[in-house]
Every structure is written in C-alpha cells, then in structure tokens.
Design a protein around this ligand. Structure first.
Ligand code: EPZ
Length: 416
C-alpha cells in the first residue's frame, strides 16, 4: 500500500498554483444531467471524488470524456434513474445527485449516503426541502425513492445553512415553473459557482452567495462551458504548510476574498501577507503566535475544512491556542496522529486546546479523513526526521497532485 514519505524540517520556497475546487465541481458535475446536452467543465481537478461523480454520470447513461484539467459530459441520453449503493458509497456528497436526477427523470432511487469519517452525515434538511417542493420521498431499507411528478415552487427556510441542501434545492427547482425562494441559504463561494454554471445553462437564479436565493424555473436549457473556481481549502493548505515550515512562498490562482477568515488567522499568527490580483505571498514568522479562540462557522466565518490545517501549524506556536469545531461532530480524528508526532493537544467535546511545543518529531501516522490527512502532511513537513503517512486515498479525494506541488516548493516528499 502506498504511503507518503516526508523528510521534514526543511523550508519551502517558490510558487505553487491552486487547482479547481472539489466542492464547486462536484455539484456542477451533478447539474450536467439537467440540460440533456453538452457540458464542458474547465479547470476540473483530477480527484477521487471527481472520478466517483463521473462513474455515477456514466452509470446514468451520460457520455463522459476527459482532457487536461477538463471534462466533457453529454447528458442527452439518460438510461437509468437509480444510483446503486456501491457508487453512492464512494463519495459522501453523492446525495447531491438526488435533486438533479429527480428534476431530469421525475423519479429517482438512490441508496442513503453512508456516514463518513466526520461522523454521521444526516440528510434530513435535504429531504425536508425536497418534500416542500412536492417530491414524494420514501426511505426504506437504506434506499431513498423519490417521485417528482408534480413539483411546485416553494419558500424554503433552512434551519441550518447546509451547503449540500442549498445545492440540492437549486438543482431540483431550476426547472420548476414559478419562483422558489431559499432563506437561510448557505453562502459559500461554491454555491455562487454552481449558480453561475446553472445560469449559463439557462436557469434563472439570483442571490447566490447571500442568505436568500431566488430560483425562477425555466424549461429551456442549453450547452454550457464553464471554468471551475479555484479551491480555497487547497490554497489554505499551502499557506498553512508555509507557516509550519517557517517559509516564504507564493500561492497563485487564488481568490483572496474566499479565504478572508483564514488570512485573518494567519496574520494573527504573525504571518506577513501580500495580496496580489490572483495570488498571495506569505512570509511566515520564526515565532508563531498562538490564537486565543478559533470557532468554525458557515461562510464567511472560519471554514471547518481549514480547521485541521491551522491546527497543524499551531502545534508549534509560542503558547496555547483554542479551536471550537461547530460544524461537524467528529472532526478531531487527526489529533491522535498529531500526538504521535509530539504535539500537545487536548480534546474536550468540540473544543481542542493546542499547547505549542518547540518541535515535532517524525512518526508513522495514518490519515483518517481528507483534511485531517492534509494536516498530517503539514505537520510532517515541519517535523524532524522521516515521517510516513498511510491512508493516502483519503487525501487523494480532495488534492490533485499534492506531493508534486510540495516537491516543487522544495519539500523532500515522495510516495513510496
Ligand atoms: C460541504 O459538505 C462540503 N462538501 C464539506 O467539505 C464542508 O465541510 C461543508 O460543506 C461545510 O462547509 C462538499 O461540498 C462536497 P453541510 P455538506 O450540509 O454539504 C449537518 C471537505 O473536506 N447537516 O453544510 O455535507 C451536517 O451533519 C468536505 O471538502 C444536517 O444535520 O455540509 C454538518 O454537521 C468535508 N442535516 C452540518 O450540517 C442535513 O440534511 C454542515 O453540513 C445536512 C447537513
């Protein structure tokens, strides 16, 4: 089984480009079933989760072709309206196909998405919203069967600004005659990218990126060509790697507005940041300042996906930091592995107390989830000695060429 091997405690230098966003491209790929035509998705990262989505699209009858960082999906012919358990299980966010397939096929059966490393992954908000649009939904034996014959517009208030539920409502309602309104909608940049894609397709969506989104259903959809936004969490990953290794690097192909909350924490930790049009230059401090209190929140608050990345460099801060994880129930599984590297972290429910240590030591550690795995890479880049990280399939779900990118910055890293 392949591991990532890192000989750490070396500074990084140079430039690194950020690839297309996983969390934008996944709902965009689901939306390609809607137009019954050609979809050209540019800046598409090569990720395990993208491969899983493309397998689902092919299973449904779409034709799929690949290019360099580009995918073409033609959804003219849809031959199935169900997605089997083995394909649903591959990716937690496959629930996003529910709304799109229901809108296209009027019937859909999927297996309930499994939980994941972050704890239970309920879909109650998705199902409640889709029922408000008139979908008849039966859950039985781990399967979800939807009938979407008589859909109607609705005013849907989300009790929590769920990213996936917001996306599912947008996908399910963009061909429902009339106006559907989502209040307390998720405001993540990935929602805006999806709305941009759907509007290019002929949908009529206003307010994406705010807590109120209006979708006026249209019947005529057309072919789409769209360039996916850059991945804001991958950008945060490189910046946190620079912090942990006390390095100066430039991260290119970044939309700085998307990571304002992360940049604020980096500055509070002592980083010098230069924001250019589409890049950020970071100069990490020799002495990392601790952060009194980071709480993860929906956008534009501090992103839960960057929590473990910032934790990794805070293990080396000159003092104690506190993180509160408010979004997912179980997002500290990486801590056990960081402790093996000499970190001093105490977990109490949703609270992590990180006491800075002078140095980290190399160790054999295991990635248990995507961003937790990335935090182990960051810690290993700073640790003295040669670390081995197993479970790298988790990391490959969301990072396209992470090892090559870090090697390009001078890291002593390989897959072995
Ligand atoms: C999306 O997940 C992202 N995934 C996650 O990124 C990200 O962490 C999350 O949004 C928050 O920003 C994709 O976009 C593919 P939610 P999603 O619905 O849609 C609870 C990564 O590392 N909830 O906003 O699943 C849920 O359990 C991944 O790239 C319900 O209770 O997030 C969680 O506690 C990890 N019922 C919270 O809401 C529901 O019906 C946030 O979930 C839906 C969600």
């Amino acid at each position: 089984m392949n591991n990532i091997i890192i000989n750490g405690n070396k500074p990084l230098s140079g430039k690194v480009a950020v690839h297309g966003s996983k969390n934008a491209v996944l709902p965009i790929l689901a939306s390609t079933v809607l137009n019954g035509g050609e979809n050209t998705v540019l800046n598409c990262p090569h990720l395990r989760d993208v491969d899983s989505s493309l397998e689902i699209l092919k299973y449904l009858g779409c034709s799929v072709s690949y290019g360099k960082n580009m995918v073409k999906v033609n959804s003219k012919t849809i031959t199935r309206d169900s997605i089997p358990e083995n394909l649903m299980r591959e990716m937690r966010s496959s629930i996003i196909f529910l709304g799109a397939v229901a809108a296209r096929c009027k019937e859909v059966e999927i297996s309930a998405p499994g939980g994941c490393e972050l704890g239970p992954r309920p879909i109650d908000l998705h199902l409640k919203a889709l029922r408000e649009l008139g979908m008849e939904i039966e859950e039985h034996g781990g399967y979800i069967k939807c009938k979407a014959k008589d859909l109607h517009p609705a005013n849907i208030h989300l009790s929590f600004p769920s990213v996936g539920a917001t996306e599912n409502i947008m996908l399910a309602s963009c061909n429902i005659e009339g106006k559907t309104v989502i209040t307390n909608a998720a405001k993540e940049p990935e929602i805006v990218d999806l709305a941009n894609y759907l509007n290019k397709m002929g949908a009529n969506i206003k307010g994406a990126g705010t807590e109120r989104i209006e979708i006026i259903g249209t019947r005529e959809f057309k072919d789409v060509e769209h360039e996916v936004m850059p991945d804001r969490i991958v950008a945060a990953t490189y910046l946190c790697a620079a912090m942990a290794t006390r390095s100066e690097i430039e991260v290119t192909n970044v939309i700085t507005e998307h990571i304002r909350a992360v940049l604020s924490v980096l500055k509070d930790s002592g980083a010098k940041l230069k924001e250019n049009e589409t890049s950020i230059e970071i100069s990490a401090p020799k002495v990392i300042k601790p952060i009194d209190y980071i709480r993860t929140q929906p956008y534009p608050g501090f992103p839960t996906d960057a929590q473990s990345l910032v934790m990794a460099y805070l293990t080396l801060a000159d003092g104690t930091s506190v993180i509160v994880e408010n979004i997912f129930a179980n997002r500290y599984k990486n801590v056990e592995e960081l402790l093996k590297m000499g970190a001093d972290i105490t977990i109490d429910g949703r609270v992590a107390v990180i006491k800075g240590v002078k140095k980290l030591n190399a160790a054999k550690v295991r990635a248990t989830d995507l961003r937790g795995g990335a935090s182990l890479v960051i810690a290993a880049l700073a640790a003295e000695g040669s670390s081995e990280i197993s479970g790298i399939s988790h990391i490959e779900r969301g990072y396209d060429g992470l090892c090559e990118a870090l090697k390009g910055l001078g890291a002593d890293i390989k897959i072995g």
